[in-house]
Design a protein around this ligand. Structure first.
Ligand code: ADP
Ligand code: MG
Length: 481
């Protein structure tokens, strides 16, 4: 069966909810850290008690402005909050405070490798609580749901993209780059699995060449990059099959199920008027002065694409630079090494090679490993001075990652320094040559490849410590005798 890609094109727009890393909630004073006893992080405001008023947390506004600037958005000098009416058991007020027609950030873009993905808007809103479905199933009897309101009122920034993506790969790259930006500027920890960043994918398809967009479905519940790609690919085929059979795609919200690898209808998609949006009467419109924006702009840290450019100027390949940039802790660690004056290319080879492999295997971050910047610098120094060989350094770094032992001390203890003494190497060369008369004869008869055999034998004898240049020179001389 064809996969329809030669007939239809997909159109994707993403709505990303980023949980802002503030200490307290968006309109209330209690904390919003994950992992507390249920319903201990609540207050009269969060519970929606009559007579209480929300107070906007300024830190949320600061973070939203910073994000807007990083996404090339405009920060209008006025925005306001609106009520969006819902009924959910974990939303005690019966409405969500969000922003509708005057969001805090408007326009902008995120760069991916082949194009810019437009940002429509980004707006502040509060999260709902959490429902925990418990007990055995059965009508009324033993099944029940619990409500935990710790999460209610957690600040969210919803970032809405233009329908600019045309493949699951582009969608993935967009979310990756957006996530990097949010992490680098410190507003969100970007953890899809834990839900601190959530992406809803809107997908439609249209015959290739057609201008108008088709009807979209909104897919919720994708909580990893892998499920994002799978959900989009699944949805593309589902919609194509409908069109092939002469049917019509309906606008609806669908849920992704990671186990079955399918989406299923959750509810018909509401239109904006269903929510009965109106200006939030308990909050004043928010005025944001140019000075406020400038103050925040001045604090903008280096963004991921700027870091990438700087690494490339330091001699790294696009690939190596992006491996580092995509792992923020590793990139920050690399920056500290650069401050120590190490060779960028050599350091990055170790970081993206042995170090990254070790961290992945152990599932830890570089900051939790035993390899300190100082010790790594020492090791690179020993390598640069020629005290140890590249291969020895590779072995040592893995060992230090585990034990944290001092590089210099380890080299001394294990006697790993390179042998550069010509007479010492020569005596080993002579020994190996005289022990292998057959190979010597074959080599002299024209079997050049055997040179490597001798090198291998000598390296084995010296445990890889013979200085390669000296070894090559002496071996050649010896074999030509
Ligand atoms: P809603 O609140 O109804 O979901 P939003 O404006 O918040 O509406 O989000 C709409 C999202 O859907 C945006 O990311 C937009 O790019 C995307 N979108 C709109 N129309 C289409 C379409 N025909 N195909 C794919 N995506 C679309
Ligand atoms: Mg939406």
């Amino acid at each position: 069966m064809s996969n329809y890609k030669d007939k239809y094109e997909m159109v994707i727009g993403l709505e990303v909810h980023a949980q802002l890393k503030t200490n307290t909630k968006i309109f209330a004073r209690e904390g919003c850290e994950f992992g507390h006893e249920p319903n201990t992080e609540t207050s009269a405001v969060t519970l929606g008690m009559p007579g209480v008023l929300p107070v906007l947390n300024k830190e949320c506004v600061n973070m939203a402005i910073l994000t807007g600037l990083a996404l090339n958005s405009t920060i209008p000098n006025r925005c306001k909050f609106d009520r969006k009416q819902y009924f959910y058991p974990d939303l005690p007020k019966g409405y969500q405070i969000s922003q509708y027609d005057e969001p805090i950030c408007s326009g902008g873009w995120v760069q991916i490798s082949n194009k810019k993905i437009g940002i429509t808007r980004a707006h502040l809103e509060e999260d709902a609580g959490k429902l925990v479905h418990a007990g055995a199933s059965g009508l009324y009897g033993s099944s029940y749901s619990l409500v935990d309101l710790n999460r209610a009122g957690t600040p969210l920034l919803e970032i809405v993209s233009e329908p600019d993506m045309r493949s699951s790969e582009e969608a993935r790259e967009y979310v990756e780059n957006l996530r990097n930006i949010l992490r680098y500027i410190g507003v969100c920890d970007g953890n899809l699995e834990e839900g601190s960043m959530r992406a809803d994918a809107n997908i439609s398809i249209r015959p290739i060449g057609q201008k108008e967009f088709g009807t979209r479905a909104e897919i919720k519940n994708v909580n990893s990059f892998r499920s994002l790609v799978r959900a989009i690919e699944y949805e593309f085929i589902r919609q194509a099959e409908i069109l092939e059979e002469g049917g019509e795609v309906i606008q609806e919200t669908r849920l992704w199920d990671d186990n079955s690898g399918t989406t299923s209808s959750m509810r018909g998609k509401e239109d904006a008027h269903d929510y009965r949006y109106f200006p939030e009467p308990d909050l004043m419109p928010l005025e944001i002065s140019k000075e406020w924006v400038e103050e925040i702009k001045a604090k903008m840290p280096e963004l991921p694409n700027e870091k990438l450019e700087r690494y490339k100027q330091n001699g790294l390949s696009e690939y190596d630079a992006s491996v580092l940039v995509n792992q923020m802790e590793l990139a920050r660690y690399f920056d500290k090494l650069l401050e120590k004056g190490v060779d960028a290319k050599v350091a990055s080879n170790f970081l993206t090679g042995e170090v990254a492999a070790f961290l992945k295997e152990e599932k830890i971050s570089i900051d939790d490993s035993k390899l300190t910047v100082e010790n790594f610098t020492k090791l690179l120094d020993l390598l640069k001075k020629g005290t140890i060989s590249n291969n020895i350094a590779k072995g040592l770094i893995t060992e230090i990652l585990k034990t944290g032992e001092d590089a210099q001390a380890l080299v001394e203890k294990k006697g790993l320094s390179v042998i550069s003494d010509e007479s010492e190497i020569l005596s080993i060369v002579q020994k190996i040559v005289s022990n292998n008369p057959e190979q010597v004869a074959a080599y002299k008869a024209g079997k050049d490849k055997l040179f490597g055999f001798f090198v291998g034998q000598i390296m084995k004898e010296t445990k890889g410590r013979a200085n390669p240049q000296i070894l090559n020179k002496l071996l050649k001389e010896e074999l030509e005798k």
